[in-house]
Design a protein around this ligand. Structure first.
Ligand code: CMP
Length: 141
């Protein structure tokens, strides 16, 4: 089994698209291995996105990620969970994302793009540990 980490972001929480997003994720063959509602502090958001610290969009990204609670989750998939979930999400920019991807369907713009997903195995290991404890995971890694 393979795993990836994801977040349903503030825009999709505030407009209540989170139910449809979780449904799309389940229908695409992913199983939830963990799920948690989190209100990010500025410090925690800055730490999570520290690799983007010097990018021009960083301040806006942090403000946005702290603007409402988010749903953090670990997903299990038969194979290539990281790549499979990235394909389901689509391009970072919802306007460029392929039809039927989560960001095309539920994202507003390049900042408020509905979902986050780990971009590699290394990111997955860092990101799930950022939000969950080993003993919280419902499936063995
Ligand atoms: P995410 O996959 O969570 O990773 C970094 C986030 O920064 C990205 O999704 C977007 O929400 C946000 N972002 C805003 N502007 C840009 C940009 N120009 N390029 C990449 N990410 C951006």
């Amino acid at each position: 089994m393979h795993f990836t980490f994801g977040i349903i972001k503030p825009d999709a929480m505030e407009n209540r698209a989170y139910g449809k997003i979780l449904d799309d994720i389940a229908m695409a063959g992913f199983q939830l291995a963990e799920l948690k509602l989190v209100k990010l502090t500025e410090e925690k958001a800055k730490n999570f996105y520290s690799m983007h610290e010097h990018k021009p969009f960083f301040d806006e990204l942090i403000r946005y990620m702290c603007s409402a609670p988010v749903l953090c989750f670990v997903l299990q998939h038969e194979e290539n969970a990281v790549e499979a979930f990235r394909a389901l999400m689509g391009d970072t920019d919802p306007k460029k994302a392929e039809k039927n991807t989560l960001r095309a369907k539920y994202g507003k713009d390049i900042t408020a793009n509905a979902v986050h997903g780990s971009d590699s195995e290394e990111s997955f290991m860092r990101e799930w540990k950022f939000f969950f404890k080993e003993e919280e995971l419902l499936f063995n890694k």
